[in-house]
Design a protein around this ligand. Structure first.
Ligand SMILES: [Zn+2]
Length: 74
């Protein structure tokens, strides 16, 4: 799948499970690095955007970020 339109609040499934066993993460920070929070243990991780996109398996639930916020990032 192609997933490049990253939004705050996106719930994504990663290819590799977290040590806690969860594969679902929520996008909590956007920028050069993408901040994600584990849906089970709430641990936060920062990943470079390219690495994040490689590790995402699928978008489970899209977030609610507005278009105006989007233009600030790009
Ligand atoms: Zn976890």
């Amino acid at each position: 799948m192609t997933y490049t339109d990253i939004r705050l609040g996106d719930i994504v499934q990663m290819r590799k499970p977290h040590p806690c066993g969860s594969t679902q993460w929520e996008v909590v920070r956007l920028g050069a690095d993408i901040g994600i929070r584990c849906s089970r243990c709430s641990r936060r991780v920062l990943l470079p955007r390219t690495q994040f996109l490689r590790q995402v398996k699928t978008l489970v639930s899209p977030g609610t970020q507005t278009d105006s916020q989007m233009s600030e990032i790009q």
